[in-house]
Write a protein that binds this ligand. Sequence first.
Ligand code: NAD
Length: 437
Amino acid sequence: MRVTMIGAGYVGLVSGACFADFGHDVTCVDKDPAKIEALKAGQIPIFEPGLAELVANNVRTGRLFFDTDLTEAVRSADAVFIAVGTPSRRGDGHADLSYVHQAAREIAAAIDGYTVIVTKSTVPVGTGDAVEAIIREVRPDADFAVVSNPEFLREGAAISDFKRPDRIVVGTEDERAAEVMRALYRPLYLNQSPLIVTNRRTAELIKYAANAFLATKITFINEIADLCEKVGANVQEVARGIGLDNRIGGKFLHAGPGYGGSCFPKDTMALVKIAQDADSPVRIVETVSAVNEVRKRAMGRKVIAACGGNVSGKTIAVLGLTFKPNTDDMREAPSIAVIRTLQDAGAAIRAYDPEGIDQARLVLDDVTYTKDAYSAIDGADALVIVTEWDAFRALDLDRVKALLRQPVMVDLRNIYPPNDLLRRGFTYISIGRPQEL
Ligand code: NAD
């Protein structure tokens, strides 16, 4: 089949490359000429494990193309995916749909013959209706269907998530469009990934409900972690103790500095707005969003407390900047609030991240970036682990202790065993775990 992907970001590029790998002919279109130039030159504009090889293989076999202009690719396409950004609208937290609407207008002008237009971006309920109205307005003659097909991949594991999804959700009441979607995803459901066909509004809501539920789970365990600290319990054991109950499940029960990233913060906010507009508020999600926002700066204050209540004039080493490991994505990363809180209190920051430094430079001021973890730690008054990259899981702790001016480690991801660190003479603070031998 012929597929056109509008937007070659994290979702569009991964989805496009995976569809090509299934054997479809795919063109990824992006408005950003630098992105397309880079892709044509064989460079990948984002960091995602395995993506460079996947793109290179499919370019070589002649199934994956890149363009800044959608006209030709849309004209010949069986399915056109909209995978553009839907960031929070400034000021009110609604999803900003201007990129989606613009893409719909451009697609409308180019379609030729029956075309399935698929919204892969995360969009509020009713967006499919709006996209359909735009296309109908621009091209009253067009033969098309608009389908919702939300994406559930996680950055850092995006390719395996796309190729082995827990489920595929297709929102359409047009049987011809459903057939096109089944054909596109056939390689997957031969592997027994369930494909759920539902109405468009339901599909749109499934995506927000899924993200809000996961954000709730994280926020729940974070609050339990705070309680553990007060009452002398261990959150990792609480998480295991509840997670082994199949009704609860063990995933997304890792206490930490609060969720970040390009999806959970904006999608929880957007769901809150959708629900308020529908006069059916989702108070749990409102609270989750508020609790999480406060938590990120509270983590900065936790570091200050570990340093004796004052970081003015001190140097803090920060390991891990991206919102999670195995990505270069800095959007809404907890590191941003942690670092700003420390800077506001007068600390100097030395930071290292395996892939995120280029993106971090765009959002953080006055940070000294180092070439590795130990250079960040050298001469610092305390060390904070914000993102649990594998490279930080087995640091040479004797070396770390020797390099630090004070042996203070704040581990916001609970990657070290407290007793080991305490026995080595560290002041070791983690999340929701006993801090004494
Ligand atoms: P992104 O910012 O990485 O990529 C979006 C791309 O779209 C950009 O490269 C931009 O230049 C391009 N673009 C915008 N308007 C365009 C147009 N009219 N024509 C061509 N290109 C255009 O965004 P992303 O992280 O890939 O997210 C895309 C959507 O997928 C969002 O709605 C997001 O919520 C959703 N989503 C993201 C993830 C994730 O992990 N990143 C997971 C699931 C769903």
